[in-house]
Design a binder for this molecule. Structure first.
Ligand code: AMP
Ligand code: MG
Length: 419
C-alpha cells in the first residue's frame, strides 16, 4: 500500500466532517464553544449613567471657580435610585457604580475634596449627612461619569458568528442578560478500546495482559478539545463484541474513536465491522508519518469514526493530527488545528531517511532571544507514553537525517511553550 502524504490524509478527513447543528445552550455551559450567529445586545451596558469613582456629584459649572464649598444634600450608594437631584450650588455624595442623580453632570473624586462639618466647622469624621464639601479642583462636564451604553449599546452586534467564547465573552453575555447562547454544540465523542490483552481494573495482570491506557488518554484529549467524552468501554477481539460496541457508540455519539486493531496483521475485527457498517466506504490508509502510520477513517450513518492505532503514542499523535481538527471543525472552529511555529533545535533531532515525516516528541520553551526552542525527549518509540506525556510540542522533522543542533524545525504546539 502506498503512503499518503499527511496533508492529503488530513484534507480527506476534514472534507467529510461538517459543523453540528447549532443549539442554544445555557451560558454557564458555553465556555470554549463557538457562536453560530451574530450576537446582538438587547440592553445597554452600563444600563444607566453612573459614577466611576467615590466622590461628589456636582454641576461642572458650579465648581469652575474651585476651590468652592458646596452643601452636601444626600448620599447615593451603588444599587440605590438616583436621588436626591443635585440643584444649583449643591453636591451629592456618590459611590462607585451608583447612578448619577438628575441635575449633576460630573463627579469630583473624594481625593480632590475636603469634608467639613457645616455646624461645628471641624473636619468631619467618616460619613455624615448635612455637611459641606470643599471642592479643590474644577472638573469638566462628564468627568468620572460612565455614560449609559458606553461599553455596549443596545442593538449592537457584540460578537460575530464564529467567535470562540472565552471567560470575558461569557461576562459580556451575562452583562447583557443573555441566559442561553446560540453555539455549535460540543460533539459527543465515544471512545472505545479494543484488544484481548487489555485490563481495566486494578487487579494483578496475568501473563500477556496490559492495562488500558489509551481510553483514559483519548477521553481526556476529547475533553481538552472542548468536546464531550463518552466512555464506550473496551471490546474484546471478537467480531460480535466489536460490532455491538461500535453500533451502540455510533447511535449515541456525534463521532467515535477506537484504538487498536487497525495495523497490518491485526485480528482485524475492527476493520471487518467498520467495512460492513460503512457499506464498504471506510478508508484504510497508511500515512507517510511516524508514529501513527495506520489511519482508518469513515463516516457511518453520518457519524465520523476514527480507527486510531493501538500504540499509546500513535493514538495520541493520530488524535492530534486527524481527530482533533475534525472535532473542532464539527464544533464550528474556523481554524481547527493546533498552532504551529518554527523553533530552534537546542539539541540534534536525529532520524534516518524513510520517506516519512517524523513527529518527534519535544519539550518547547521560549528562549531569551524571543524564539521557541525545543529539546527532544528520551524515548521516541510509539510505546513511550511517558515521554509523550512530558512533551508540550511535536517537532515536524522532514524526511532525511534530521535537524542539527541550532537548526530550525517546524513545531506543532500542544501546550504553552514553557520548559
Ligand atoms: P494493535 O493496533 O491492536 O495491534 O495494538 C498495537 C499496540 O498497542 C499493542 O502493543 C497493543 O497492546 C497496544 N494497545 C492497544 N490498545 C491499547 C490500549 N487501549 N492501551 C494501551 N495499549 C494498547
Ligand atoms: Mg489489538
Amino acid at each position: 500500500m502506498s503512503l499518503v502524504p499527511l496533508g492529503d490524509a488530513q484534507r480527506r478527513v476534514l472534507a467529510q466532517c461538517r459543523p453540528l447543528r447549532p443549539v442554544a445552550i445555557p451560558l454557564a455551559d458555553a465556555l470554549g464553544c463557538v457562536t453560530s450567529v451574530d450576537v446582538v445586545a438587547a440592553e445597554d451596558v452600563p444600563p444607566f449613567a453612573n459614577s466611576a469613582v467615590d466622590g461628589f456629584a456636582v454641576r461642572a459649572a458650579d465648581v469652575a471657580g474651585a476651590p468652592v464649598t458646596l452643601p452636601v444634600v444626600g448620599t447615593i450608594p451603588a444599587g440605590a435610585p438616583p436621588e436626591p437631584p443635585v440643584g444649583p450650588g449643591q453636591a451629592v455624595r456618590i459611590l462607585t457604580g451608583a447612578p448619577l442623580p438628575p441635575g449633576a453632570d460630573a463627579v469630583v473624586m473624594v481625593e480632590d475634596t475636603d469634608a467639613w462639618d457645616g455646624r461645628s466647622g471641624r473636619e468631619a469624621q467618616g460619613v455624615v449627612a448635612d455637611v459641606e464639601i470643599e471642592i479643590r479642583t474644577p472638573v469638566a462636564a462628564g468627568a468620572n461619569v460612565r455614560a449609559a451604553g458606553d461599553d455596549i449599546a443596545s442593538g449592537q452586534a457584540v460578537f460575530g458568528a464564529g467567535t470562540v467564547l472565552g471567560p470575558g465573552h461569557l461576562g459580556v453575555l451575562a452583562s447583557i442578560g443573555m441566559r442561553r447562547v446560540p453555539v455549535y454544540p460540543r460533539a459527543r465523542v465515544g471512545v472505545l478500546s479494543t484488544g484481548d490483552e487489555l485490563v481495566d481494573g486494578p487487579e494483578p495482570l496475568r501473563p500477556g495482559q496490559i492495562r488500558d491506557s489509551n481510553r483514559r488518554t483519548l477521553l481526556a484529549l476529547v475533553a481538552e478539545a472542548n468536546a464531550e467524552p463518552v466512555d464506550l468501554g473496551h471490546a474484546r477481539d471478537d467480531e460480535g463484541a466489536v460490532r455491538q460496541a461500535l453500533t451502540a457508540g455510533i447511535d449515541r455519539c456525534d463521532a467515535v474513536l477506537t484504538s487498536g486493531g487497525v495495523s497490518v496483521g491485526d485480528f482485524d475485527y475492527v476493520k471487518v465491522v467498520l467495512d460492513e457498517l460503512s457499506g464498504g466506504t471506510f478508508a484504510w490508509r497508511q500515512v507517510a508519518i511516524r508514529p501513527a502510520k495506520p489511519l482508518a477513517f469513515g463516516v457511518v450513518q453520518g457519524t465520523p469514526v476514527f480507527g486510531l492505532p493501538g500504540n499509546p503514542v500513535s493514538s495520541m499523535v493520530s488524535f492530534e493530527l486527524f481527530a482533533r481538527p475534525a472535532l473542532r471543525t464539527m464544533m464550528g472552529h474556523g481554524d481547527a488545528g493546533r498552532p504551529r511555529a518554527p523553533a530552534v533545535a537546542d539539541e540534534p533531532i536525529l532520524r534516518r531517511p524513510d520517506g516519512k515525516l517524523h513527529l518527534a516528541r519535544v519539550r518547547a520553551r521560549w528562549g531569551d532571544d524571543g524564539r521557541i526552542h525545543v529539546q527532544p525527549l528520551a524515548g521516541q518509540s510509539s510505546h513511550h507514553l511517558h515521554a509523550m506525556a512530558g512533551a508540550n510540542a511535536l517537532a515536524l522533522v522532514p524526511d532525511g537525517d534530521g535537524i542539527p543542533a541550532g537548526g530550525e524545525v517546524e513545531t506543532m504546539l500542544l501546550a504553552y511553550p514553557v520548559a
